[in-house]
Design a protein around this ligand. Sequence first.
Ligand code: FUL
Length: 446
Amino acid sequence: MREDINSTEFLSRVTAVVPEKRQMDFQKLGYYNFIHFGLNTFTKKEWGSGKVSPDVFTLADIDTDKWARELKNTGSTGVILTAKHHDGFCLFPSKYTDYTITATKYRNGKGDIVKQLADSCKKFDLKFGIYLSPWDRHESTYGTDAYNDFFCNQLRELCTNYGDIFCFWFDGACGEGENGKKQNYDWNRYFEIIRRLQPDAVITNCGPDVRWIGNEFGKPRKSEFSVVPKNLQDNLKIAEMSQQKEGATVMLKAPSFTDKSLGEREQLAGQELCWYPAEMNIPVTYFGWFWRPLFEIFFTRSVRNLENCFYNSVGSNATLLVNVPPNDKGELPQKFINRLVKARKRIERRFISKAEIIGITQNKNDFVVKIKPQTVKTIVLSEDITKSQRIEEFSIIANGKTVYSGTAVGFKKICILKRSVKNCSKLIIRMDKCRLQPYIKDIHIY
Ligand code: FUL
C-alpha cells in the first residue's frame, strides 16, 4: 500500500533522517574551491589521453602558498586538488606508477604538489581535499580487477601522507570505449579505506555523503532537500550513468541526480531514505575545468554571476565549489581572483547592517520577529538540521504585506526581497507547509 504522504507516520519517518557529523561539518564550510591542474594545463585539453609525455610539464616550482593566500582572500574555506585526473598523471609521487610529477623537471624530480598544497592550506587555515579520478586512461591494469588494487593503493597513499583530508571527490566520468576497457569500480572497498583512514572526510559526487546538484550552470532546484531516496546513492548505477564523451560540461545520463525535483513528499513515499545534501560545482569560467587562455579571456564569469551562484547554493541549502585553475605558469590568473574577491565584497556588503532583534515569539505557525526599526532587504533563515529538514513552504510578511514566498530552507536560506522594506519594525515568518513542527535555528535580518 502506498504511504499516505500527509500522515504523521510518514512525516515522522522522513524527519527521523538527519545528517552525520561529517556532513554537518562539511555543510558549514559554505564556499570552497577546486583546483584543476596537471598535464592538461599545458596541452590545453580538458581530458588528457594518458599518452602525453610528462615533459610537457615545464615548471620547476610553484608557489602554492600564494594559491592558498589568494583563495583565502576570496572567502574560501577549503581547496580540493586534482591529485589525478582522467589521464592518470599524478601530482604526487605515487609508488604505484611512474606517470607522476617525479617524471618531470619539477623540483628536480623530487616534487609533490599534493604535499605542498596540503601544507599551504594548513598555513592559511583552509581545509584540504582530494579529487582522485577513478577513470585512468594511462594505467595498464585499468579494466581488470588489478586496477581496483592499484586505485586502493593510491587512496591509501593519499589518506596517510597528507594530514587531514576533508573531502574525497570522486568523478563519475568513465569514457573509454574503443579498446573495450571498462572498469568495474569496487566502490565499497574505496569507501571502506576512506572511512577507516580518514573518518571525518566526506565522499562527494560518486559517494554517499554529498550529492551533485545536477548541473554545472549554477542553478539549483526550486527546493533543495537533503532528505532523498536512498537509491540515489546506489553505486552500481554509476557506471551506466557516467559521462561517456568529452565535453566541458558533464551530463550524467541517469535521470536521478538531474531530476527537476528531488526529495518532495511524493518522491519519498515508499522509499528508503537518506541524508544527502547538495553541492553545486561550477568552474570560474562559464565552462572548462582546466585553464585555457581563451576561456580566461572570453568566458570568465562576471562578478554578478559569481555572486548569484553563491546565493543559489550557500543561500539555498547547498555548498558551493568553485574551480579556479592555475595557468601554465603555475599561477592563479588575477582575473579569476579579482572577480571572486569583488563578488565576496558584494556579498559581505549585503550583510553589513544587521538588525537588532528585540524579540521572537511563536504563534502557531508564525514566528513574529520584532526588530529595532530599519530598512530591511535580506533575511537569512536556518533550520536546526539535527532535527532534519522540515520546512516546505514559507512566507515573510512585513508591514502587513507578503514580501517573500519561499520553499525549502534547510541549513541556510538567504531571502533577498525584491524591494526593501523601509522603517520595518516587525516581520512575520509564516510556515505555510512543514513536515511536522519546524525547528528554526537562526533568523538574521539585514
Ligand atoms: C567531470 C570531469 O570530466 C571534468 O574534467 C571535471 O573534472 C569535472 C569536475 O568533472 O566529470
